[in-house]
Design a protein around this ligand. Structure first.
Ligand code: DAH
Length: 339
């Protein structure tokens, strides 16, 4: 009898079931009136008196074990069934917090969209560049101050490998492999060895524009700039071009737009001039075309370059440049689209 109890105990402990029917079958097998455990209770009568105490105790333990096992199998099975029943595939998904686009990306996309409408396509180039693409091909004299260690980050003290200081390098990247017509805009990150403050950072973002074809004139540049300014800052925006100097353009200019904060009357933001500077531009210097293998007697072009941070500041009045790279979600959430 003890052996039989031991054998049933092992079988019950190992019991598993994959359906309610199997559990019910196990209950009948062990616990019903004609089940194996009930059978043992019937046989108990024939157990010699001196063993009744021990065997009785074991039998009771076996019955408790079987009852608990069957109950726990049932409970586990019902839990599973509940979980399955709750899986409603048509239910609306739980809300999840989605991120926001970075203000610099928003403005970059807007600049790209405006120039795309004029037929410009995006061109990109590497951030780790060589002297030729960043400086020499763009007509920078060998002793030009922009090559100074102050401004440029060099890679491993190699004066030829550096982090680009402007996206004008992408002009060369495109022109050395493509003959006109060329109409590109080049967004990207640039690096300068500047002390970080609220108004300067060691990296920032620019968009370069380049248009080279037969018969491109300064009038085309002006019209393009006016279109851009009005699309970006509103139809009332005025532009003004001031003569300037860049090695890669001749003539060169800087463009101001009318200050939309004071409507041109003069305020702190525009330093009481009514105008704020937003970009540099000019007619591509023939030396630059020639250094890229484009015949400057046949083709002419214009180029322009602007800082995305600057445009973003104008649109959103961000007072401290460092906010752009600190990833403070409270700042980023301010740019959540309003639905
Ligand atoms: N590369 C200039 C800078 O980083 C910006 C610039 C000025 C780009 C005039 C141009 C340009 O294409 O024509 O300050």
């Amino acid at each position: 009898m003890l052996n039989k109890i031991q054998e049933l105990k092992g079988a019950i402990e190992a019991l598993q079931a994959s359906s309610m029917e199997e559990i019910e079958a196990a209950r009948i097998k062990y616990l019903s009136k004609k089940g194996e455990i009930s059978q043992l209770f019937n046989d108990f009568r024939n157990v010699p008196n001196e063993m009744k105490r021990e065997i009785g105790q074991r039998l009771n333990e076996l019955k408790t074990l079987a009852t608990e096992k069957i109950n726990s199998l049932k409970a586990a099975f019902e839990d599973n069934a509940d979980a399955n029943a709750e899986l409603d595939l048509t239910r609306t998904a739980a809300p999840c917090a989605i991120g926001t686009r970075h203000p610099l990306s928003l403005v970059k996309e807007e600049i790209i969209a405006i120039f795309s409408r004029l037929g410009y396509t995006i061109a990109e180039g590497p951030e780790v560049e060589d002297d030729w693409h960043v400086f020499s091909s763009l007509n920078f004299a060998a002793d030009h101050p922009a090559r100074d260690m102050q401004d440029t980050f060099f890679i491993q003290r190699n004066p030829d490998i550096l982090l680009r200081t402007h996206t004008s390098s992408v002009q060369t990247r495109v022109m050395e492999h493509t003959q006109p017509p060329i109409r590109i805009i080049c967004p990207g990150r640039v690096y300068r060895n500047e002390a970080i403050s609220y108004r300067a950072h060691c990296f920032f973002h620019q968009v370069e524009g380049l248009y080279v074809d037969k018969g491109v004139t300064f009038a085309d540049l002006k019209q393009t700039l006016l279109y851009f300014a009005r699309e970006m800052f509103g139809p009332e925006t005025k532009i003004r071009l001031r003569p300037s100097y860049f090695p890669f353009t001749e003539p060169s200019a800087e463009m101001d737009i009318s200050c939309d904060l004071c409507g041109g009357k003069g305020c702190n933001f525009c330093k009481h001039t009514g105008w704020v500077e937003i970009l540099g531009c000019g007619m591509v210097d023939p030396n630059v075309l020639e250094s890229c293998g484009i015949d400057s007697n046949v083709y002419s072009g214009f180029a322009l370059g602007m800082g995305i941070e600057r445009i973003t500041n104008l649109k959103y009045r961000v007072k401290d440049l460092r906010m752009f790279s600190e990833n403070d979600v409270r700042f980023l959430e301010e740019f959540k689209p309003v639905h």
